[in-house]
Design a binder for this molecule. Structure first.
Ligand code: FPP
Length: 246
């Protein structure tokens, strides 16, 4: 397996995360500490994301999800929201060729319809252009909220129960899971949040049931591939029991 290349010093890795999710926090603080507009932190953060995405195939990680824009992010200043959407536009344009060539499949989750129509089309096109790729599946959560995803699931199931196409007593975790935008993905093994905040902030509430949570004090624009690797190693030397006694 490719990720045996990680330098594990004397530790032997007993686990390899298949799906890693990132809460890329601290861009604003990084910029403010330098007297720069907050959007500069997001620009720098997008470069770090680019490095991490490039490292995944070599590290043997087939699924990466990033929280790029939450349902709460609309409450930010207009300039910052415009800056962030312009950043998505720019990167989707400049990176699409390399993503296609490198075998990266892009998948957006969240309510994309709230964005400008041209941005929605760009997202749809990137998904289409990369849909047959299989080296890395990069899921980008935009206008995403874990609670809102649960509400949508409940609405769909309630409608089916009223129509009589679902029997409430037949519901189980697998059926509920199929209503989530992530149903085609394994649940995240490891969720890393940067900037020292120790909460999920409405990210992957259903999917994180058994995830390892790692909190790193580094602000996202300073988070390098070496930081990423050190979390993979930490994850790798832990044993996950999923509630069982083994
Ligand atoms: C949180 O930091 C970060 C965001 C709201 C945006 C994250 C987006 C990127 C890194 C760009 C991703 C780019 C693409 C193309 C997907 P914050 O602003 O909340 O930081 P703060 O807590 O210091 O204020």
């Amino acid at each position: 397996m490719a990720n045996q290349n990680i330098n594990t010093t004397n530790e032997s890795l007993v686990n390899y995360p298949s799906h890693v999710a990132l809460v890329m926090d601290g861009n604003g603080r990084w910029a403010q500490a330098r007297g720069l507009p907050r959007v500069e932190g997001h620009h720098r953060g997008a470069e770090r994301l680019r490095d991490i995405v490039k490292s995944c195939p070599e590290l043997g990680i087939p699924f990466l999800t990033v929280f790029a824009f939450s349902t709460e992010n609309w409450k930010r200043g207009k300039d910052e929201v415009i800056g962030l959407t312009n950043l998505f536009r720019k990167y989707m344009g400049s990176e699409s060729r390399e993503l296609i060539e490198k075998g990266v499949k892009i998948n957006f989750i969240g309510d994309r319809e709230a964005f400008d129509q041209s941005l929605v089309e760009q997202m749809n096109q990137l998904e289409m252009a990369t849909k047959n790729n299989d080296v890395l599946e990069l899921t980008i959560a935009v206008n995403y909220g874990g609670k809102s995803e649960i509400v949508n699931m409940a609405k769909s199931i309630a409608r089916k129960a009223i129509e009589g196409t679902i029997e409430p007593d037949h519901l189980d975790e697998m059926i509920l899971d199929s209503y989530f935008s992530t149903s085609h993905l394994p649940d995240p093994d490891l969720i890393i949040r940067t900037s020292g905040e120790t909460r999920l902030s409405n990210f992957f509430l259903w999917q994180a049931a058994y995830s390892e949570l790692a909190f790193d004090k580094t602000l996202w624009p300073d988070f390098t591939v070496d930081h990423f690797k050190s979390h993979l190693i930490q994850y790798g030397i832990k044993e996950r029991r999923f509630g069982a006694i083994t």
